[in-house]
Design a protein around this ligand. Structure first.
Ligand code: EPU
Length: 433
């Protein structure tokens, strides 16, 4: 296993280009199952989650290829297998979105339940209710979701996809994909409005699907006989962009994040402005301006955030925001409304000297002027990103163990940060933790 070693105290300066979005490319890859023609994604990010998804698709009989330039193509066979085992599915919850396309295309699906998640229970009951509304029979058997379409295939229906926490991103993706090949019209109420769901919908339209209302909580899908292949560039990764922007804010450097869609990050840029972080915003770039975050008059102000579904503050930036707040002037309150237990980074940030208390789904952060490097353990993807950010400003060296989590969602993060002046390297982890 690898670790990242970060030497803190270097101001970042320069530009970084954002990759294709992880959470857009995973459902788009699953959409390849809806046709026997080839789906080409020229800007697929080089992430371990993408490799895992390609392995899942390969297991189902798809021909998958990644070119030297980074494009990924997938072609599903006409005699698609409908059984996806535990081996790959367990590695990544995102693979659950093969259920909808498999069910629509083959009339059945047996997909391993993805298993636990470090930041709490992540049920898929809403996905399954959605399939049932389309006429499927669904049961859980020996750790598998077993779903069968009725004779004659799935039927369009009017359904509600909400959960106790609002909408469901992959649930909407799953049911929307299933509905593209169902007979008749499906109206999804309570659909997720995240840009990644809209991007998937646009890709499906490019494949011949009929969909309206994308980006709104009411999505209407008119079923078609079959779909065709397409070439689809996924949207830029707003979470990766936000992470690099926060790196600029924390180190006080001029960091230009290029190739992003700033409208997808409005809530982050607003909160950064509330925190008095100097910032410039263009349509497809964001840039932090040089300032001295340790100088009393310029320190970022403590600024509260509560995570919500889009366009609210994303849960996937909560840990990184907390890293920024550990060095802010004052006390900030961070509330997690999507995953109330997504606080694995909290004790690790505390090891670097951060002062954080937790009360149920709320964390109270008292900003400090000095974080100090320490060995820490990465527990999940976004927690790892938060630890890298904190390491960039902590005195001395921070060793981040179990760093494989970060490769799930950030393309070679150390190679993106280093040209901007970060002192960060990847090493084999001798301690083997
Ligand atoms: N929920 C239910 N029932 C369901 C589905 C969800 O109760 O059937 C609950 C969840 O437990 C959670 C809330 O609804 O409390 C929202 O979960 P959602 O289904 O929207 O999450 P997801 O689709 O499984 C995607 C991203 C996550 C991101 C969330 C929220 C992918 C591959 N994953 O997960 O990304 O945090 O949406 O925006 O798209 C990450 O990238 O680090 C990551 C975890």
């Amino acid at each position: 296993m690898d670790k990242l070693v970060v030497e803190g105290g270097h101001r970042l300066e320069g530009s970084v280009r954002v990759c294709g979005a992880k959470n857009a490319v995973l459902p788009v890859l699953a959409a390849s199952l809806l046709t026997d023609q080839s789906l080409l994604i020229p800007n697929a990010p080089r992430l371990s989650d993408v490799r895992t998804m390609l392995a899942v698709l390969g297991e189902l009989g798809c021909a998958t290829e990644r070119t030297e330039e980074g494009a990924v193509s997938v072609q599903a066979p006409s005699d698609l297998t409908s059984h996806a085992g535990w081996e790959y599915v367990r590695r990544m919850r995102g693979s659950v979105c093969i259920l909808g396309p498999l069910l629509a295309r083959t009339g059945q699906a047996q997909v391993s339940l993805p298993g636990g998640c470090v930041f709490g229970v992540r049920p898929i009951d809403a996905h399954l209710r959605g399939f049932e509304a389309l006429g499927a029979k669904v049961r859980i058997e020996h750790g598998y979701v077993v779903a069968e379409a009725p004779k004659g295939g799935l039927r369009g229906a009017e359904l509600f996809l909400g959960t106790a926490f609002g909408s469901t991103v992959l649930g909407t993706a799953n049911v929307m994909m299933a509905a593209t090949l169902a007979k008749g019209r499906t109206v999804i109420h309570g659909a997720a409005c995240e840009p990644e769901v809209e991007d998937l919908g646009r890709c499906l339209i490019a494949m011949g699907a009929k969909i309206e209302g994308l980006g709104s909580p009411r999505v209407v899908v008119e079923g078609v006989e079959s779909l065709n292949g397409a070439t689809w560039n996924v949207i830029p990764d707003r979470i990766e962009a936000g992470t690099y922007l926060i790196a600029g804010a924390m180190t006080g450097g001029r960091v230009r994040v290029e190739g992003c869609r700033s409208e997808h990050l409005s809530v982050l840029t607003e909160r950064l402005r509330d925190a008095h972080v100097p910032l410039e915003v263009g349509a497809d770039w964001l840039e932090t301006q040089e300032y001295d975050p340790r100088e009393p008059a310029q320190r970022p102000r403590a600024t509260d955030v509560t995570t919500h579904a889009y366009p609210g503050f994303p849960t996937d930036l909560q840990a990184q925001w907390m890293a920024l707040m550990t060095m802010a002037d004052g006390i900030s309150v961070i509330t997690e409304r999507i995953y109330p237990d997504r606080y694995m980074h909290l004790p690790e940030l505390a090891r670097l000297g951060a002062e954080i208390r937790r009360q149920e789904s709320t964390a109270i952060v008292r900003g400090t002027n000095r974080l100090s490097g320490a060995p820490v353990t990465a527990s999940d993807l976004r927690a790892s990103a938060a630890l890298v950010l904190a390491g960039l400003v902590a005195d001395g060296e921070t060793n981040i163990h179990r760093v494989y989590h970060i490769d799930r969602g950030y393309e070679r993060i150390e190679e993106r940060l280093r040209p901007m002046g970060a002192v960060i390297r990847r090493e084999k982890d001798e301690e083997g933790v």
